[in-house]
Design a protein around this ligand. Structure first.
Ligand SMILES: [Zn+2]
Length: 71
């Protein structure tokens, strides 16, 4: 399910993509970057972004949903 689109490339975003942007950039953000564009901006690989997402999820960050819930 997409909630929004990347403000840079227009890719559709999942809830976790938005959550990742909020954690990395600004919790109060209203426009978001997709993981690809976030990765470019912060020099993170897709793998590193996946690890960050998993870490936030394991910390019980309420912004994130499990993959099953996200689907
Ligand atoms: Zn993008």
């Amino acid at each position: 399910m997409s909630f929004s689109a990347c403000m840079n490339c227009g890719a559709s975003l999942t809830q976790n993509d938005i959550a990742l942007h909020k954690k990395l950039v600004n919790r109060g953000a209203e426009r978001f970057l997709c993981p690809g564009c976030l990765g470019e901006r912060f020099s993170l690989t897709a793998e590193e972004l996946g690890e960050l997402k998993a870490r936030f999820l394991s910390q019980g960050c309420g912004l994130f949903v499990t993959e099953e819930e996200e689907a």
